[in-house]
Ligand binder design. Structure first.
Ligand code: GUN
Ligand code: ZN
Length: 430
């Protein structure tokens, strides 16, 4: 057994869901706490003094007033869009055609894909994101590059080859058969290897023929252990387009459901303009709905109904959706979730925002038993926040009467300067 490490500081985890119970009952907060790490896992969480006494040989790292919490879990990203983040002035379909597809075309080059994967992991590490679920491009090389880089860094990630066999430019289309074959080969090579998991990835129904959707539905039935990720009801123009491409379907969700692509391990990004039947079916199967707030305002998609969806018992995760999203920061993403909910008269509590970006996203991925929280047995993916990282934040936090008032200014105004340290798989990252 390796020597243990004891992180000391303020500690904050969850013993329940702050959307379903009073915050004080579900938040596990210690003003002077500790997290004991051993062999890549969290071995204990307790008062600092108790842990010091129980583990006198542990190597101590004292963060003082730093807030130790779970690493952030970003439940929907496109790592190949790193180079086109913050591209001006388009709405979804134009944005895809003008910026996204030309950039994604470049990922047939393994060198370019590897370089972008390195850059993406550097950028997200500095934001305290320890797990992400990424779309790649249609090229298997783009998946290889992402998984290889994650493996090198010991990160728990989920990713998949994006499948498109229509309504995409020449050079960025596969076929129903090749999408099935390539995805299957990638599952066999990567799924469950160390901390890597595969997600079957039809981009969205406008870029897949019914044949391709059926092939990927069949593949998911053969590999139900995999997650499946796609986009759903993001913009009104997109929904009209889906209706014209699938005249038989009652709604957008049915274009997936009819081909075996609706399930508990499905992740549906955006899900803004849902009809009652779609909401009922998502709820019945226990699917994951992924809120992408910076993207939804940046591309002008609409106001996600967090309050209504949570109230009806949907499983909701939080995501940057880079590069449709305008930031790699999960703090900025929590702030955007707060702002969008405010526009719907639903002020989210700081505990709910933090939960969404950690334990909530982990639950959407069905990984809540291993990441996204400070609990014994969890993998040691940890972020240490500086709650006074800028003069503006520090002067506001200095007036705080409790941890939530101390944390909220960092959620609303914080960036990578608030990320004091990051631990991945029990190791401190440089
Ligand atoms: N819908 C289909 N593809 C995409 C994408 O890459 N980004 C966003 N935001 N929406 C999409
Ligand atoms: Zn997306």
């Amino acid at each position: 057994m390796s020597r243990a490490t004891l992180l000391l500081g303020r500690t904050l985890g969850f013993v329940g869901n702050p959307f379903g119970a009073p915050v004080d009952e579900v938040a596990d907060y210690r003003e002077r706490g500790g997290v004991l790490i051993r062999d890549g896992h969290i071995a204990a969480v307790d008062e600092a003094d108790a842990l010091r006494d129980a583990y006198p040989d542990a190597e101590i790292r004292d963060y003082g007033a730093g807030l130790i919490c779970a690493g952030f879990v970003d439940a929907h990203v496109h790592y190949p869009q790193t180079g086109i983040i913050a591209s001006w002035g388009k709405r979804l379909i134009d944005w895809l055609n003008s910026y996204t597809f030309p950039e994604e075309m470049r990922f047939g080059d393994p060198g370019y894909a590897a370089e972008c994967a390195r850059l993406y992991f550097d950028l997200t590490r500095s934001q305290g994101v320890t797990t992400m679920v990424s779309y790649c491009t249609i090229h298997p090389t783009s998946v290889e590059a992402f998984f290889a880089e994650a493996q090198r860094r010991g990160q728990r990630v989920v990713a998949g080859k994006t499948c498109m066999d229509r309504n995409a430019p020449e050079g960025l289309r596969d076929t129903a058969q090749s999408a099935y074959d390539d995805s299957k080969a990638l599952i066999e090579k990567w799924h469950g290897r160390g901390r890597l998991d595969y997600a079957i990835t039809p981009r969205f129904s406008p870029t897949s023929t019914p044949d391709q959707l059926a092939a990927l539905g069949a593949l998911w039935a053969e590999h139900p252990e995999c997650l499946m990720q796609t986009h759903l009801s993001e913009q009104l123009d997109e929904i009209d387009w889906v209706k014209s491409l699938f005249p038989q379907a009652r709604d957008y969700l049915e274009t997936y459901e009819a081909f075996g692509l609706l399930g508990e391990r499905g992740l549906y990004g955006h899900a803004i303009h849902l009809e009652a039947r779609e909401r009922a079916r998502l709820r019945e199967v226990g699917a994951g709905i992924i809120h992408c707030p910076t993207s939804n305002s940046f591309i002008g998609s609409g106001l996600f109904d967090m309050g209504g969806l949570i109230a009806e018992g949907q499983r909701v995760g939080l995501a940057t959706d880079t590069g449709g999203g305008s930031s790699f920061s999960m703090l900025r993403t929590m702030a955007a979730a707060y702002e969008i909910a405010q526009l719907r008269h639903n002020p989210l509590h700081p505990a709910q925002l933090l939960w969404l970006g950690t334990a909530g996203s982990a639950a959407a991925l069905h990984m809540e038993y291993r990441i996204g929280n400070l609990l014994p047995g969890h993998e040691a993916d940890i972020v240490v926040l500086d709650l006074a990282s800028t003069p503006a934040i520090a002067q506001r936090a200095a007036r705080a009467d409790d941890i939530w008032e101390a944390l909220f200014p960092t959620i609303m105004m914080g960036d990578d300067r608030a990320i004091r340290d990051v631990w991945i798989n029990g190791a401190r990252t440089a």
